[in-house]
Design a protein around this ligand. Structure first.
Ligand code: C2O
Ligand code: CU
Length: 535
């Protein structure tokens, strides 16, 4: 077990010298008794026990890799709702249906605080995994919610203060797939033709262990070193500045942490055997900071059928798609004209990323890299026609917003290595005047990225928004064709110099929710705030 004082000191050092030590005044970690309270009258259709714990998994030849991983067990309901990804550290995929009432009994078997956030889901504030509801090691928390979202590909991951980036990096993440009646009526590929593709970047040592920042990750040698005096020294290294006052190369809080090895579904060199048939690929970028420019190796178009918040009105063909951390797209893949024995790679094409000038990895951000491979293994004449119409998407109603012509501006700022929004960094309970919205209203927000030239993946909890307009800076101008703005989204890539205007509706749930950059190290270095939905 870590000694808590040591952990707190680490947090303090993370922010020390930046003027942001105040972020540490914050919510108490809940006791098991509070977390376990039952919410009156909630009768679940599906009840799952979800445990975050340390384990080892054989990911490649050689020693097994120490990871943190979610393990799930169905207590009540259809056992098929929980589907393991074999040989992966990723949590099982949870298959849910709109309207279902779900209870997830989360058990924290880690040696640090945690919560679970249901990324993209529209749930009450106490069910959203906000860091103020973090639970201690050994404690549990009952998440109860009705599935209100459209059919689509969502995901779950930890969200405790100061530990999110590390917990996701060492394996805590899983997909959450929702279906609904509208989607089930469509002739879409199902079963073995409905493939999750979770893309991440990692650094493996020669011993197959994951490398991240000093003194992070699952126990063994790392847990020992956490309790030693070496801790402080190592953290100082992270925040060291040189004489000119600029940060050391690769300072991850400013730039993000970048792996040199791509893993898909938790495995390096991932390959999928496919038939000469149609597939639905559910792509999630679960990387901490790396953005991808997805494309097929042979230049065939990517047929996008869904974004973060579910199906588009109709399929959209793209030469490539930009996928920032936390974003999802679903792709219709048709291998019917491919010959048996052929292989097709999915790549990330090169693109200009400002982070490129300063990072920790041998694989530069924005570098071209193969992601995974599809091997056409057998012939079948079983093939679905791509539907022309997929789903109904409500037309944009900007005039319904309280501020249709005067967007609220959220500037992404950086002050001496601490990120912020309009100059304010994360503060556990803090809400600024412009961060208060009224329940039942819509607003136009604009994320503006004109400070340090680095990309951000801005994510808003509680809802799915629509992108109204993008004003491209020099970086995104060259990849402007790769944005899919036709549907619902919860995360949006804002490249250097960009301004992105969104329409958001705050419905059903009052309370305190978060919005932040999903580049996990940026969020850890302050790029995260609350907004308050006032009843
Ligand atoms: Cu996917 Cu606030 O997170
Ligand atoms: Cu960022």
């Amino acid at each position: 077990m870590n000694d808590r004082a040591g952990v707190d000191r680490r947090d303090f050092l993370r922010y020390a010298g930046t003027g942001a030590a105040a972020v540490l005044t914050g919510a108490p970690v809940l006791s098991a008794a509070v977390g376990e309270r039952r919410h009156s009258g909630f009768a679940p259709d599906l009840e799952i026990e979800l445990t975050a714990r340390q384990c080892r998994v054989a990911l490649q030849a050689g020693p097994a890799t120490r990871v943190w991983s979610y393990q799930a067990r169905v207590i009540k309901g259809d056992p098929a709702c929980v589907q393991e990804l074999p040989g992966s550290y990723l949590g099982p995929t949870l298959w849910l249906h709109r309207g279902q009432r779900v209870c997830i009994h989360f058990v924290n078997a880690l040696d640090q605080p945690s919560t679970v956030h249901w990324h993209g889901l529209h749930v009450p504030e106490t069910m959203d995994g906000h860091p103020r509801f973090a639970i201690h090691p050994g404690a549990s928390y009952r998440y109860e919610f009705e599935v209100k979202n459209r059919a689509g590909t969502y995901w779950y991951h930890p969200h405790p203060h100061a530990y999110t980036a590390e917990q996701v990096y060492f394996g805590l993440a899983g997909l959450l797939v929702i279906s609904d009646d509208e989607e089930q009526a469509l002739p879409l590929p199902r079963g073995g033709h409905d493939l999750p593709i979770v893309i991440q970047d990692r650094i493996f040592g020669d011993d197959n262990q994951l490398h991240y920042l000093p003194h992070t990750g699952p126990g063994g040698d790392t847990a020992e070193s956490l309790d030693t005096a070496g801790n402080a020294g190592a953290v100082v290294e992270e925040t060291q500045v040189n004489d000119s006052g600029s940060e050391m190369p690769g300072f991850p809080g400013v730039t993000g942490f970048f792996g040199d090895t791509i893993v898909v579904n938790g495995r390096p060199h991932a390959a999928f055997d496919v038939a000469t048939s149609s597939y639905r690929l559910r792509l999630l970028n679960a990387s901490n900071s790396r953005t991808y420019r997805l494309a097929w190796q042979d230049g065939r178009p990517l047929t996008v059928i869904a974004t973060d918040g579910g199906l588009l009105e109709r399929p959209v063909n793209k030469d490539y798609v930009m996928l920032a951390p936390a974003e999802r797209i679903e792709v219709w893949a048709d291998f019917s004209k491919d010959t048996v024995g052929s292989r097709l790679a999915m790549l990330s094409l090169a693109f200009p990323e400002a982070t490129n000038v300063m990072h920790n990895s041998t694989l530069a951000p924005g570098a071209r890299v193969p992601l995974c491979e599809f091997k056409v293994a057998h012939k079948t004449s079983d093939r679905l026609e791509l539907p022309h119409r997929l789903a109904k998407i409500e037309p944009l109603q900007v005039e319904d917003a309280v501020n249709p012509d005067t967007p609220k501006i959220f500037n992404i700022t950086n002050d001496r290595y601490v990120w912020g929004i309009n100059g304010r960094s994360f503060d556990m309970m803090g809400v600024a005047p412009e961060e208060v919205v009224m329940l039942g209203t819509s607003e136009v927000w604009e994320f503006a990225n004109s400070d340090i030239p680095m990309s951000h993946a801005m994510h808003v909890h509680d809802l799915q928004f629509r992108v109204l307009e993008r004003f491209h800076g020099p970086y995104s101008r060259s990849v402007a064709d790769g944005f899919v703005d036709e549907g619902w989204q919860d995360t949006v890539l804002v490249m250097p110099g960009d301004r992105v205007r969104l329409l958001l509706r705050f419905a059903d749930f009052p309370g305190l929710f978060m919005y932040h950059c999903h580049m996990a190290e940026h969020a850890a270095a302050g790029l995260m705030r609350n907004f308050l939905v006032q009843a």
